[in-house]
Design a protein around this ligand. Structure first.
Ligand SMILES: [Zn+2]
Length: 66
């Protein structure tokens, strides 16, 4: 799983499920970061108060095909 970190809005997206509602396109490219490092993601959530984006994570939680 590849993640997109929005450092401006402090949100974490899953690139596979990211969509127009995610709004990270408003964020300057310098403030966006791609990573596959889940440890880093967890640290951002715990120490940085980053939140997982509701739009791509709701999709990620659903089984395929729904
Ligand atoms: Zn998102």
């Amino acid at each position: 799983m590849k993640y997109l970190v929005d450092h401006e809005k402090k949100s974490i997206h899953r690139t596979t499920y990211a969509n127009d509602k995610c709004r990270f396109n408003d964020t300057h490219v310098d403030k966006r970061e791609f990573t596959i490092d889940l440890t880093y993601i967890e640290r951002l959530k715990i120490e940085g108060n980053y939140e997982e984006c509701e739009f791509c994570n709701i999709l990620a939680a659903k089984p395929q095909g729904i």
